[in-house]
Design a protein around this ligand. Structure first.
Ligand SMILES: Cc1cc2nc3c(=O)[nH]c(=O)nc-3n(C[C@H](O)[C@H](O)[C@H](O)COP(=O)(O)OP(=O)(O)OC[C@H]3O[C@@H](n4cnc5c(N)ncnc54)[C@H](O)[C@@H]3O)c2cc1C
Length: 279
């Protein structure tokens, strides 16, 4: 079988099969590897990422926003921030991009068997956590309570709005959402994502917390979780750094002795003590 990452530097062609606008600057792209053999060998874990290239514009890393158990097409949710991401947003269904990967270590849900799962996402940090949630729900008998806390700047910045409505009504998970600034007749919680902690019950000795979001949000949420009594080993977060090769060769993402692309992007807080700047 030809695995998609047999030659880590060789992008494989993938076709855009769907585009779902999420917010004013963010869309979800469904991608399908063009070579059927590559497609069959393309297996990823939540928390891993791909390097996507738009021809003539460049390459950038994006976390998987869908789980392998949802089907062979995979999704990435991308905010338009610069040249490559703008070029990606200008493409249409049927256009092709290059894909390298999957890269990175990913989340290890198996280690959390028997624990409550607490997922905390901020802004565009929710997409890489989504496949983790899908897999936790698919194997829910292995875990205790599954809780998701999600914060965005404004209601308009929330991604996956129809799916969030479904999460609110599911009996097998608890879902709370907040925005920093209310608008559009928002009736929900207002405040940073940490303002949701007093609204849920957390047993710190039995909880595995997974955090992804902008660096400032990660720093404050990690502090909150430590104050709530979670052990650093069970506070698991992602680090985002500028990166190029995705495979620990080019040194772009080296911090201390860790390659974010290879040793991460998922770390527990014990492993990255001192690397998170003080809040
Ligand atoms: C492991 C990993 C997973 C990621 N997953 C996602 C995702 O799921 N969705 C998503 O929208 N984005 C994600 N990103 C960020 C994404 O890769 C950058 O937004 C992208 O590289 C910007 O490319 P550009 O050419 O459009 O912008 P550029 O012109 O290169 O940059 C535009 C702005 O974004 C900043 N920027 C660029 N790259 C990074 C980076 N790696 N970290 C922090 N700031 C950066 C630049 O400093 C600049 O201010 C991820 C990054 C990493 C490292």
């Amino acid at each position: 079988m030809v695995l998609a990452n047999d030659n880590i530097f060789l992008p494989h062609l993938a076709e855009i099969t769907a585009i779902q606008p999420e917010t004013g600057d963010t869309s979800t792209f469904a991608l399908r590897m063009c070579d059927p053999e590559v497609r069959r060998g393309f297996i990823w874990k939540p928390g891993q990422f791909v390097e996507v290239s738009v021809f003539g514009s460049g390459e950038a890393p994006f976390g998987f926003a869908s789980s392998w158990c949802e089907g062979e097409d995979f999704k990435i949710t991308v905010r338009s921030t610069g040249e490559m991401t703008r070029a990606l947003h200008n493409l249409s269904v049927g256009d092709q991009v290059g894909v390298r990967g999957p890269f990175g270590n990913g989340f290890s849900l198996e280690d959390a068997a028997g624990r409550n799962i607490l997922i905390v996402g901020g802004g565009i940090g929710l997409p890489p956590l989504r496949p983790l949630l899908m897999e936790a729900l698919a194997g829910k008998e292995k875990f205790g309570k599954i809780t998701v806390l999600y914060g965005a700047r404004t209601p308009a910045d929330l991604v996956y709005k129809p799916e969030l409505e479904q999460w609110k009504t599911r009996s097998d998970m608890e879902f709370l959402v907040t925005v920093d600034v209310a608008e559009n007749n928002w009736k929900g919680n207002v405040g940073v994502v940490g303002s949701l902690f007093p609204k849920i019950e957390i047993d710190p000795t039995k909880t595995a917390a997974y955090v992804c979001g902008p660096p400032i949000m990660i720093r404050f949420v990690v502090l909150d979780l430590v104050k709530l009594g979670l052990e650093e080993e069970w506070i698991i977060t992602t680090l985002e750094r500028h990166m190029r090769c995705g495979a620990g060769k080019c040194n772009h993402c080296l911090i201390g002795d860790k390659y974010v692309c290879l040793d991460g992007p998922v770390f527990n807080c014990q492993q990255i003590k001192g690397l998170l700047e003080p809040a």
